[in-house]
Design a protein around this ligand. Structure first.
Ligand SMILES: Cc1cc2nc3c(=O)[nH]c(=O)nc-3n(C[C@H](O)[C@H](O)[C@H](O)COP(=O)(O)O)c2cc1C
Length: 205
């Protein structure tokens, strides 16, 4: 079954631009995939564990050697992994926080970038293990980072492209909105929705 994983990481709820854009993407996706399944993962309501020593050790322990406390520690990261493997399309709401991604999204990435599951170092070279997946990242920022010199301060897009590439996903599309004032915010949000609509027109053309 076609499956979409919708991940949101804004600290805001209804007023969040990225949540509006990821929801718009999910609506369009549902129109295009009426029998498809959407998994919603709201990271602001998910206590993703940080990469503590205990979690790192657990993630690097063979499944048959895990203690019961390690299994407990891995239960949420394992659930996140299951969702990731089940879906083939991901829409990720990633607002810019201090030139990078929100800490909860980074904790999520630390939970799903796992040796033997999403990457390997077989033969001494890193190899991404996810195949036939695509990501649509919807981002929002106060400033406009589309041109130099601001572009050099955007660590959201280069970081996410790098980390998704590392786990095997190279089909990555960014849709962006920005604005500190309501007019710019609303105009760029509308343009972003139009850009999302165009993604579906291209797929079905
Ligand atoms: C903690 C925090 C840090 C932010 N850092 C930046 C930043 O570095 N650059 C920027 O242009 N906007 C920054 N912003 C503004 C947000 O990127 C902007 O409000 C965006 O719309 C947030 O997405 P959201 O509406 O989905 O929450 C920051 C906002 C917050 C709450």
């Amino acid at each position: 079954m076609a499956t979409l994983l919708q991940i949101d990481s804004s600290g805001l709820s209804d007023s969040s631009t990225t949540r509006k854009l990821s929801a718009h993407y999910a609506d369009k996706w549902k129109e295009a995939n009426p029998n498809g399944k959407i998994i919603q993962r709201n990271l602001s309501e998910t206590n993703v564990p940080f990469a503590t020593e205990a979690l790192i050790f657990a993630m690097n322990t063979a499944p048959d050697k895990l203690t019961s406390s390690q299994k407990l520690l891995l239960s949420l990261p394992d659930e996140l992994m299951k969702e990731l493997l089940e879906a083939e399309t991901y829409v990720i709401g990633a607002p810019m926080y201090n030139f990078s991604i929100p800490a909860i999204l980074k904790a999520y990435i630390d939970a799903i970038v796992r040796p033997g599951l999403t990457f390997s170092y077989d033969g001494g070279k890193p190899k991404g293990l996810l195949k036939n997946k695509k990501v649509i990242v919807v981002t929002a920022s106060g400033g406009d980072y589309s041109q130099a010199p601001m572009k050099n301060m955007d660590f959201v897009e280069p970081y996410l492209r790098t980390i998704f590439g590392f786990i095997g996903i190279t089909d990555v599309t960014f849709v962006k909105a920005h604005g500190n004032d309501p007019q710019t915010k609303s105009a760029t949000e509308s343009a972003a929705k139009t850009a999302i609509d165009a993604l579906f027109q291209r797929v079905t053309a």
